[in-house]
Design a protein around this ligand. Structure first.
Ligand SMILES: [Zn+2]
Length: 210
């Protein structure tokens, strides 16, 4: 395979990128300066060496120059230790941080579950979630907020998580809530504005787990 096709195939693996868009990326790059291409290559290499995963919430963060395994949110002791928000992806966590409406801690599942998923535990961080809840429960956790998108994958993930964590919720007498009105059905959290996210959080509803 030649260089053009190799690069095209690499771009095709990006989420939401089809063959035509991948081709546009390749031709765009061909038209850029050497300096631009070098900068892009350098950033891609550095993302592998300097961006690491938080050992507490499992988001990606830049740990350059700081000797830490936790991100700045998890390392912030002034946050509300009574609340843990479960989100699907890093972008969802970022959306809540941007809205400034939430002061508790987070846990990133890493993915959502499709309706046909047969092996959920290989797709989302279930074992890590149990450890996180146990650890936080011993440190004063009272409420788990399931902040998942209101689409079929988000709903499916929420149902799976609710039954998965149900024994822990009972053991530690935790409250479980889901986001309230404000979010429109089918919309992904990452595309919701700060005001909508704030309202959905304020109007959250308590769930009764089976
Ligand atoms: Zn973290």
């Amino acid at each position: 395979m030649d260089h053009l096709n190799r690069l095209h195939d690499l771009f095709r693996q990006f989420p939401g990128i089809g063959p035509r868009q991948a081709k546009r990326f390749v031709y765009f790059l061909l038209g850029t300066s050497d300096a631009y291409k070098k900068m892009l290559a350098k950033e891609i290499l550095e993302i592998a060496s300097q961006v690491t995963i938080c050992s507490s919430c499992y988001r990606y963060f830049d740990n350059r120059g700081i000797d830490t395994h936790t991100c700045f949110v998890c390392g912030d002791k002034t946050r509300d230790s009574e609340a843990l928000m479960i989100v699907a992806k890093d972008v969802d966590l970022e959306a809540f941080e941007k809205s400034k409406a939430y002061r508790g801690y987070y846990f990133v599942l890493g993915n959502t579950l499709s309706l046909t998923e047969r092996n959920p535990e290989s797709v989302i961080r279930t074992k890590e979630l149990v450890l996180a809840i146990e650890g936080r429960a011993k440190a004063g956790l009272k409420e788990i907020i399931l902040a998942l998108s209101l689409n079929s994958e988000g709903e499916n993930t929420r149902e799976f998580i609710e039954s998965y964590i149900s024994p822990l919720v009972k053991m530690y007498s935790l409250k479980v809530s889901i986001l309230g009105r404000g979010l429109s059905t089918g919309t992904e959290l990452e595309y919701s504005d700060a005001e909508t996210i704030k309202n959905a959080l304020l109007g959250r509803k308590q769930e009764t787990l089976m």
